[in-house]
Design a protein around this ligand. Structure first.
Ligand code: HEM
Length: 511
């Protein structure tokens, strides 16, 4: 039915008035809002022109100019960066619940089953339930203890592998990711699905490549996330890569789930052997607040494998790199190991409390090389005020722990690798001391931190205990490249290649 012309005029007038009113209201609101300082944004791109290949370093440089709380624009999205202990505390503690969500970005959509994993799910009942599962089931002290034998067996395999490679060139990260992938696969999936001997559907090398790609794509600055209207162009090709990666992971996860479901069939009261079993059990629980579906189990499983594999390997590789540049630290560490452990056995998890210097090396590595230099982005759920500045609902929030780790107001000679700074200090990495936050803090803090720490501590302690480390050929320590690449983790740009020599009597290395 056609409207009479006077009615169309009136409707048009009303719409125009409403628009004028709304834009005036927005302008008035914007002029009343007191945003943190920051560089002037360009139309359309905002401040993206100021962000280079290593965003944490670009943002670090900007925060030196604009201060510890800074306002940026990535395309059409406001971004606030906190770069001091006070701001980290405000964001991750005082206003933790306000900033407990995550922005919906392409990585969450295409690689994590439409934000169905823990890392990318928005704040709400689904995510809260996931965290409860982590706390009560997946990472409970009892469950972690029950898997200690797995960690021990796999660490021993790493040490044997290195022993066999004595005096040859060793690409350390390959060995480290094998051990963490094996540990996490056996804990999460019940076996090493990537082991060539066990009818695997993907080779270990291919799977490690998939994990590297997942971490890279989860952290990249995808232009479409800042300028959604050009998202469909996929200018950097990242979306294409995300979709291809998801296909590979899905094939693998489908196979894992099918096998687990088959094994559980017909066995009444089947005891959970691994974390996938626990998730399948939980999915059957009628009292669960939000139903856990098949794609949710796949997303969680992928999250656990990825979170558990890459981060520990990256940290230990950085630690050995730093030590190769400072042999005196290596000597101090082996002195402690010889004194506390002796030369007749390997280091076990419960020895770590007696090895304060090893713990200090790990903290110092995490200070200078935090795996996630700006944590994982958060999203403000409502307006709030920090340090007198307004942070509006919908703002993406970053905490630059890379900058905090280099703040000369907190750390003496901040660029120097000096583990002694932690000796006798009560600074921990567990989210209570805001000067050192490698796992984040608050509600979104890493749920796998105690597992991650156990793997890092025992593998690093044993690598130092069991071997002397050298750079290949006549390479000098000054020549060792210390550049990183940026993704969701920040590994070395060039993998570390070293030569190892055994330190302990030969019988300690035999199975
Ligand atoms: C060296 C080891 C590790 C480091 C440095 C690390 C670091 C982090 C960081 C910085 C975050 C973001 C925290 C935030 O947003 O405030 C995080 C989140 C997360 N980590 Fe880890 N992580 C490690 C090991 C692990 C392990 C072993 C697992 C699981 C097996 C894991 C699973 C996760 C998950 C699922 C999240 C998302 C939490 C959420 O959004 O609620 N991580 N991790």
């Amino acid at each position: 039915m056609e409207l009479p012309s006077w009615a169309s005029y009136a409707a048009a007038w009303l719409a125009t008035l409403a628009l004028v009113f709304l834009s005036r209201h927005q302008l008035r609101r914007r002029s009343q809002v007191h945003l943190p300082p920051g560089p002037k944004p360009w139309p359309i791109i905002g401040n993206l022109n100021l962000i280079g290949q290593l965003p944490h370093r670009s943002i670090h440089a900007l925060s030196q100019k604009y201060g510890p709380i800074m306002h940026l624009r990535f395309g059409s999205f406001p971004v606030v960066v906190g770069s001091s202990v006070e701001m980290a505390k405000a964001i991750l503690k005082t206003y933790d619940v306000t900033f407990a969500s995550r922005p919906k970005i392409a990585a969450g959509k295409y690689t994590a089953y439409n934000h169905s994993n823990i890392t990318w799910s928005p704040y709400g009942p689904y995510w809260r339930q996931a965290r409860r599962m982590c706390l009560m089931e997946l990472f409970s002290t009892k469950r972690l203890e029950s898997y200690e034998y797995i960690r021990k067996e796999e660490t021993n395999a790493l040490l044997r592998g290195l022993y066999e490679s004595s005096n040859k060139l060793v690409t350390l990260k390959d060995h480290l990711s094998t051990v963490s992938l094996n540990v996490i696969s056996r804990m999460v999936l019940g076996k090493k699905y990537t082991d060539e001997s066990e009818d695997s559907i993907v080779s270990p090398e291919e799977f490690k490549k998939m994990l590297d790609e997942l971490f890279l794509l989860s952290g990249v600055l995808n232009i479409g996330d800042s300028m959604p209207w050009i998202d469909f162009l996929d200018l950097q090709g990242y979306i294409k890569r995300m979709k291809a990666l998801n296909k590979k992971f899905d094939r693998f996860l489908e196979h894992v789930l099918d096998e687990h479901i088959e094994r559980r069939k017909g066995v009444k009261g089947h005891a959970a052997n691994d974390m996938v079993d626990v998730l399948l059990q939980l999915a059957e629980d009628p009292t669960l607040d939000v139903k856990l579906q098949r794609h949710g189990i796949k997303a969680f499983t992928q999250d656990l494998i990825a979170g558990g594999t890459e981060s520990s390997a990256v940290t230990v590789e950085w630690a050995i790199s730093e030590l190769l540049r400072k042999p005196e630290i290596f000597n101090k560490a082996t002195e402690e190991l010889d004194r506390v452990i002796g030369r007749e056995r390997w280091v076990e998890e419960n020895d770590i409390v007696n090895l304060p210097y090893i713990e200090a090396i790990i903290k110092e590595t995490m200070r200078l090389h935090p795996v996630a230099p700006m944590l994982v982005p958060r999203l403000s759920r409502e307006d709030c005020k920090i340090g007198g500045y307004d942070i509006l609902k919908g703002t993406r929030v970053l905490v630059n722990v890379w900058t905090i780790g280099r703040d000369p107001a907190i750390w003496e000679n901040p660029d120097e690798f000096f583990p002694e700074r932690f000796i006798g200090k009560a600074i921990d990495v567990k989210g209570h001391d805001f000067e050192l936050l490698p796992f984040g803090a608050g509600r979104r803090m890493c749920p796998g931190y105690s597992l991650g720490l156990k793997v890092i501590q025992t593998s690093l302690a044993n690598l130092l205990h069991g071997f002397t480390w050298k750079l290949p050929g006549d390479m000098k320590k000054e020549d060792l490249d210390m550049e990183e690449i940026f993704g969701l983790s920040t590994p070395r740009k060039i993998p570390l290649v070293t030569v190892v020599e055994p330190r302990l009597p030969p019988h300690v290395y035999s199975p």
